[in-house]
Design a protein around this ligand. Structure first.
Ligand code: CA
Length: 222
């Protein structure tokens, strides 16, 4: 069942939404700040975001704009004002729907169902994106700051998911002669890579260790 992220600073409104959505079988997460919602969506993407426009930190509009840099998740705005300008602006920056307070929570739940039906089964965007020209790898929408060796290493792993690479093969990919006794350097690079990946997603473990064999990229753990 779809998971809905509710971003709303008024507890009473959030409560009615949670109640209505859970009554329809959706699971929910409730947050009160735009920045927190962006961080949450990076870590554990919801299937749809309900976004209040008047939030205490950054506005719902600004949240949506930043969200659109890394996510195509459907967004429904909640607004305190029924202004045509809001509606146009909301839809221009990539919202899928728009409701004005006070609203019927049941109606919101029905609209959520309609949007999810329209967008179809949620196709997750690639967790990793490789830009060869700029030697840049993006992880969950965040560009990684990698050394040249880390870039080559990660690129090799990503290009053949689930393949177990030996340290020699990875040295070769990085462009270091395998006979120079640098095998253990691979472990150092992997360690550094993992810490950079964890700073984006603490719970994920995309690089797997195979004791005595080497390393692989596991999309299921990304
Ligand atoms: Ca508000």
């Amino acid at each position: 069942m779809a998971h809905i992220l509710i971003v709303e600073d008024e507890a009473a409104i959030a409560d009615t939404l949670i109640f209505a959505l859970q009554g329809e079988g959706f699971t929910t997460t409730w947050l009160t700040l735009g920045q927190a919602a962006l961080a949450h969506q990076r870590q554990t993407p919801a299937d749809l975001v309900i976004l209040d426009i008047g939030l205490p930190d950054i506005s719902g509009f600004e949240t949506c704009k930043q969200l659109r840099r890394f996510s195509e998740v459907p967004v429904m705005f909640l607004s305190a004002r029924d202004g045509e300008i809001d509606r146009v602006v909301g839809l221009e920056i990539g919202a899928d729907d728009y409701v004005v307070k006070p609203f019927s929570p049941r109606e919101v739940a029905a609209r959520v169902r309609a949007i999810l039906k329209r967008v179809g089964p949620v196709v997750a965007p690639a967790v990793f994106q490789i830009d060869l020209e700029r030697m840049q790898i993006t992880y969950r929408g965040q560009p990684l700051s990698l050394t040249r060796h880390e870039f080559r290493l990660l690129q090799s792993l990503l290009e053949q998911p689930e393949r177990v690479f030996s340290r020699e093969q990875l040295l070769d990919a990085v462009g270091v002669p395998a006979d120079a006794g640098y095998e253990r350097n691979i472990d150092t690079h992997i360690k550094s890579l993992r810490s950079k990946l964890r700073s984006v997603a603490a719970q994920a473990e995309p690089i797997q260790t195979h004791r005595g064999l080497g390393y692989s990229y596991s999309p299921g753990n990304s």
